[in-house]
Design a protein around this ligand. Structure first.
Ligand SMILES: Cc1cc2nc3c(=O)[nH]c(=O)nc-3n(C[C@H](O)[C@H](O)[C@H](O)COP(=O)(O)OP(=O)(O)OC[C@H]3O[C@@H](n4cnc5c(N)ncnc54)[C@H](O)[C@@H]3O)c2cc1C
Length: 716
């Protein structure tokens, strides 16, 4: 209602301006004509004239009416340089800020809901460089004054910043025009004031904030390197620390573009994903899935059976899978690709020197133009009292520890309701362990939508997992040789007995012990990097789990491209890491795959959206496979064929998602997916049918009614 009132007032102001032809008053000729009369009034009642003039100026600029320039000249002619400049400086800044606030109040929400994701990118830029942009626009008076006010109102720049920067930025232009106003008689037309020379000077002035920024960056750079001596020559173009996904890809790219690169790895080549993460967990999940299918073979007309198996053999298979994939990430392969691989522990000594305590006992020092830190992360172990007494495993240790066991632990507790905890819980439960999964929050997979969490919980329970959400682990106890975890739920304590405790409550970036502290490289939960993945030292970059914010192998590889290209070619051009389309999958059964926004994020970010859902139980292939659990959920802006995000729950959801990832990356809408032939009968058809659901909901009803009439007419 208030918005409508403001719009009405604004419309009245603009209409009156044109109706009463006020524009004809605000001309140079009129100003010259009236100057003597104005002078008389000013001498008679100076404060009243100043007040009225001030008010008229504020209203004109606030309502974005034409005439501010003539008023500025008038200020010079009437009040002289000093008083005129002061009056105009404040009146124009106040008027501009009112216009800015009105635009924000009236239109920002609408623009936000329509262009949410794009506006977010602009807001991020404005947050960083907004005052610089604004100052430039204000310093160069050729940019339309009213447009700057209205457009800036749509961004997230603070009103106070807007006012202060506007007042400073417009001061010089104001002075020039007010001064010109004192020479009113000599001005034939407004264009006379803005001679090419003057405008050029303004333009030169406009770039001074950027020159200033560049100088500040240079000073900062010098400061950060102060006290270090830059080598005259370097042994390497690049040293990469850590041979997980991020380090491997970084060094591979460097070698491909013929840079001299050393890759240092303290542990196993391939890092977490190959040795302790994605690969072993997916191998375990496969065995568990087969066991589950045997248990429920009757669903396929076969005799169901309680799977008999050797846990040792299952664990051995996992290690065999790791061994089969290991050659892809091996020292031999990377050496062949042109990477100098060193097994040992790396430490950054100064911005250009890395010291390696090699596994063969030697110490090696390398000077290098650039460094990429790709040291990954490690499982976070909460400080639970009694934890060390009962013993525990994490994703880092369980593959080795469980490989030593003859049988699967009978009673397991898995602490953590995130993707890793959920995958492990379901797999071990399906292999026959009594698994209790403990989650402090109210639901599993809390980043996903509530309906997805509910499906995940049901799937866990169907696999035999005792899911305990809203349960907080308090301490561990060893009583008469029995291991217990004490949890709190509904303000009551309970003891859960276990044979093995798996901690999977999250992973922390590896940040200490290799020189970051000594160099003062800024860290939080991860290493702090800028848009191009550079740390506070412009030649030291970070990628992968250590850089965050995502903890996925494919994101680590994606970042590696940016880190290595920026590290090697940053003098010519830098590339900002692009996180617009990041997919991920949680490999429980049914799989849960997502790209872009889900409903809860869209709500949190106040992004207007429509939801289209296609249920898997309608899909022929899913029915044939007895895999009807799940859905494809697509978010689109209301009435627009643009994909904001997709969640797929179902068999092979991770594979199905790829089509939507491609569509989002290349800005293809649902019409394009609908118009693409999908093989029958495949699970991938679910993507097309989801697009079909969306299309049906947006069918042009009016046109269809007309067509119906046409057909009936054709039938005679
Ligand atoms: C159980 C589990 C399942 C997972 N499943 C998936 C999945 O299905 N899909 C997915 O995308 N992601 C998954 N992840 C996450 C994935 O493993 C990580 O995101 C990925 O490994 C990160 O790669 P990275 O290169 O950043 O670090 P890492 O793989 O951790 O590599 C870092 C390497 O740096 C070495 N290092 C550290 N410090 C030094 C030093 N000072 N000198 C020399 N070397 C050093 C370490 O030894 C390590 O090998 C899973 C993780 C876990 C734990």
């Amino acid at each position: 209602m208030k918005k409508i009132l403001i719009l009405v007032l604004f419309t009245i102001a603009v209409a009156s301006f044109f109706y009463f032809d006020l524009g004809s008053q605000l001309t140079l000729a009129n100003l010259k004509e009236q100057q003597a009369a104005f002078d008389g009034q000013y001498r008679a009642a100076p404060f009243l004239v100043i007040a009225i003039f001030f008010l008229v100026y504020v209203v004109t600029t606030a309502a974005s009416l034409p005439g501010a320039l003539i008023l500025t000249l008038a200020a010079g002619a009437l009040f002289g340089v000093v008083t005129g400049t002061i009056i105009v400086s404040f009146a124009s800044s106040i008027g501009a800020t009112i216009a800015f606030l009105s635009s924000r109040y009236l239109f920002r929400d609408a623009v936000k809901s329509r262009f949410g994701d794009r506006l977010k990118a602009i807001d991020n830029g404005v947050e960083k460089d907004g005052p610089f942009y604004l100052l430039t626009l204000r310093l160069v008076p050729v940019f339309p004054f009213f447009l700057i006010n209205l457009l800036m109102g749509l961004t997230a720049i603070k009103a106070r910043t807007f006012y202060i920067v506007s007042q400073i930025g417009m001061l010089l232009g104001t002075l020039v025009y007010v001064n010109a106003g004192t020479q009113l008689a000599n001005i034939e037309q407004v264009g006379d004031i803005g001679s090419p020379g003057l405008l050029l000077s303004f333009a030169a002035l406009g770039i001074t904030p950027w020159i200033g920024k560049w100088i500040v960056a240079r000073i900062k750079r010098r400061k950060v390197y102060a006290g270090y001596t830059k080598p005259k020559k370097y042994d390497r173009n690049l040293v990469v620390i850590g041979a997980g996904a991020a380090g491997l890809v970084s060094s591979y790219i460097a070698a491909t573009v013929k840079a001299k690169v050393t890759l240092v790895e303290a542990g196993e080549m391939g890092g977490d994903c190959l040795n302790y993460g994605c690969v072993p967990s997916k191998a375990l999940i496969k065995s568990a899935k087969v066991a589950q299918q045997m248990r429920h073979a009757d669903a396929y007309g076969l005799q169901k059976t309680d799977p008999q198996y050797s846990f040792k053999a299952v664990m051995q298979r996992i290690h065999n899978v790791i061994a089969d994939i290991a050659p892809h990430d091996s020292v031999e392969r990377y050496t062949e690709l042109g990477v100098d691989v060193v097994k040992g522990y790396a430490k950054i000594i100064d911005p250009w020197t890395v010291e390696i305590k090699r596994n063969d006992g030697e110490t090696q020092r390398l000077t290098t133009r650039s460094i990429i830190v790709a040291t990954g992360g490690a499982p976070f172990v909460p400080p639970l009292p009694g934890l060390d007494d009962v013993g525990y495993v994490t994703s880092d240790t369980l593959w080795e520890e469980f490989a030593k066991l003859d049988d699967i632990p009978k009673r397991m507790i898995i602490l953590g309701g995130g993707p890793i905890g959920s995958e492990l819980s379901q797999a071990f439960a399906r292999l026959g362990s009594q698994v209790t999964q403990i989650e402090r929050g109210s639901r599993l997979l809390s980043r996903e939508d509530e309906d997805v969490s509910a499906l995940a919980k049901a799937a866990q329970q169907a696999s035999g997992v005792d899911v305990r959400t809203d349960h907080e682990a308090l301490r561990c106890e060893l009583v008469n040789g029995e291991k217990r975890l004490i949890v709190s739920a509904d303000d009551k304590e309970q003891a859960i007995v276990f044979d093995a405790l798996v901690i999977a409550v999250g992973r922390s970036a590896r940040l200490s012990g290799f020189g970051l502290e000594e160099l003062g490289i800024e860290t939080g939960r991860t290493i702090v990097t800028d848009d191009i993945l550079a740390t506070s030292y412009p030649n030291i970059f970070a990628a992968g789990d250590v850089a965050g914010p995502y903890q996925f192998t494919h994101v680590a590889s994606h970042q590696a491209w940016y880190a290595s290209v920026n590290a090697l070619f940053g003098q010519f051009r830098t590339f900002k890491a692009d996180y617009r389309v990041i997919p991920w999958t949680t490999f429980i059964d049914p799989e849960i795959a997502r790209v872009g926004l889900n409903e809860q994020e869209a709500r949190e970010q106040d992004i207007a959206h429509e939801v289209t859902v296609y249920q898997m139980d309608e899909l022929d292939r899913a029915i044939a496979e007895s895999a009807t659990q799940g859905f494809v959920k697509v978010l689109t802006p209301p009435g627009k064929d643009k994909i904001l995000g997709v969640t797929i729950v179902g068999d092979h959801a991770g594979e199905l998602l790829a089509e939507y990832v491609l569509a989002m990356k290349y800005k293809l809408g649902l019409n394009k997916i609908l118009g693409t032939i999908h093989t029958y009968p495949t699970m991938a058809e679910a993507n097309k049918y989801a697009a079909g659901e969306w299309k049906r909901a947006h069918a042009p009803q009016g046109l269809l009614r007309l067509v119906e009439r046409y057909h009936s007419w054709m039938r005679g």
